[in-house]
Design a protein around this ligand. Structure first.
Ligand code: HEC
Length: 141
């Protein structure tokens, strides 16, 4: 086999390529995990600040105890879930649940507070319905 370049140059070129390839792979891995983290952070924030607990804004809203300004803040918070990826399960089904939740909340936030509107929101914010399909199970060790 004839080599066009001295072997040492060929080897250093290869090393250079390997270094670039490694750096590129690391960068890709980094951005994928960053996206996953951001996704998790958005959902976690909505859950913890908006939905979790008996005196969460969502619980209060369903009991008719949230004022207009707080309702608007809750809507804006929940709206951030739009475009997030399902951490688990079918993306289309997840998106449908998120869309329903945002739409039901938007209706109530814009002043619709009749039984039907509240019931729709109550159903859309069902923790279990969404968690069963889309919340990753805790890893058991
Ligand atoms: C439309 C879907 C959906 C609904 C409705 C929903 N959740 Fe969640 N929730 C999720 C997803 C998805 C996760 C997992 C997020 C992750 O791990 O990235 C989650 C995670 C959580 C967490 C853990 C957050 C953390 O990472 O520390 C809590 C607490 C929580 N939800 C509370 C609630 C409560 C309470 C309700 C009902 C009042 C509720 N959620 C309704 C989708 C939903």
């Amino acid at each position: 086999m004839k080599l066009g370049l001295p072997l040492s140059i060929q080897i250093s070129k290869m090393k250079l390529f390997t270094t670039f390839a490694t750096a590129a792979a690391a960068l890709i891995a980094f951005s994928i995990s960053t996206i996953a983290d951001e996704n998790h952070e958005i959902i976690e924030k909505v859950m913890k600040e908006g939905l979790k607990g008996d005196d969460s804004p969502m619980a209060k809203l369903l009991e008719g105890k949230l004022d207009e300004k707080e309702t608007k803040s809750l809507f804006e918070l929940v709206e951030t879930m739009k475009g997030t990826k399902a951490p688990l399960g079918d993306q289309a089904k997840y998106e449908e649940k998120v869309t329903q939740l945002i739409a039901a909340l938007e209706a109530v936030a814009s002043g619709k507070k009749d039984n039907a509107a509240i019931e729709r929101l109550d159903k859309a914010q069902s923790c279990k319905a969404c968690h069963t399909d889309h919340k990753p199970k805790k890893e058991k060790k």
